[in-house]
Design a protein around this ligand. Sequence first.
Ligand code: BGC
Ligand code: BMA
Length: 391
Amino acid sequence: MAKLHPNYYMLKARQEELISRKNNVNTDFYNGIFERYENPVLTRDHVPVEWRYDLNPETNPYFEERLGINAVMNPGAIYLDGKYYLMARVEGADRKSFFALAASDNGVDNFRFLRPIVLPDTCPEETNVYDMRLTQHEDGYIYGVFCSESKDTSSNDLSAAVAAAGIVRTKDLVNWERLPNLVTLHSPQQRNVALHPEFVNGKYAFYTRPMDDFIETGSGGGIGFGLCDDITHAVIDEEKMTSIRRYHTITESKNGEGAVPIKTSKGWIHIAHGVRNTAAGLRYVIYAFATDLNDPSKVIAEPSGLLIGPREAERVGDVSNVVFTNGAIVNENNEVFIYYASSDTRVHVAKTDVERLTDYVFNTPLDPYRSPDCVRQRVRLIEANQEYLKQ
Ligand code: BGC
Ligand code: BMA
């Protein structure tokens, strides 16, 4: 066999340096709620050289990248046997995404891609897949719920598409069984669907996001919640509303479930996304809310405003002004790792712990929804603080 091209070794060395680089807390940022880190945890440069280059010098004499990667984003996340796994959305230069698994021992650096996931190809019309939520369900399976996108052949508009929730399951992150897509009897389209980790009234429970069409949620009022009897033919009739969209807030245009909810002693904590429209296009931020332990559709806490917004370098990328999350991990020390992508380009981690996150969700004031009330809310804070400043 002919020798490998010298640039292969150059790329491998660079990649090794990138992957083994220690990630430190970004000390310029403080809000007491979570820490940001200096470096992204997963980027297109983390994708193995062998996944992109043909190493055969005869068929690739100039060592050109044959199958480029455009972006790595929106990972599902799961903690298994002390390892932090990310199921990333990897987007090829061809705009199609696939899922690939990466793992790290500490959740903040040294993430290495293990393998691309080849899902059972059961939907002939499916064109793209993305944004998988991984749920460790009490039935013993790990489920992946993702967006399955197809062309809308009923419309003359070339861009018209249909979004549905695809469902796969596994016991080992290696072998995947594909189940039929979720059917929601009252919503024509679905994106941002996540499976709740526990049975609710003996049924499988999904967070949904009813939509009238592909981009606009239309009459869809927010993050839905529905039950189904049989996960192998998942059909949801009624979708109750949980966190709803509101005028002149961060969720005005759309919102959607992000990570699988985190169980705490006070309630299920949800880390979701909210979208508003601007002259510069849609702006995506991450927010949090909590639902009742016994009735996970009932919102019991709604801290005002955003939890994570795109900052500095995060603001720029393929789809600028976006932070998006669909995966979080809680480890045995109650540390919380929120994985989020910025501008549909790379993946970051925000770290907190269950106690601080709970305090944020339950003790951050509510949004008064009107500017005059918001300023009064702030003045009350300032006046109360005067007492402490006198000390
Ligand atoms: C893109 C997604 C995006 C969606 C709605 C899809 O075609 O792949 O990233 O969220 O359109 O804009
Ligand atoms: C969506 C999501 C994400 C993406 C976001 C911004 O609707 O499903 O895939 O991060 O748009 O482009």
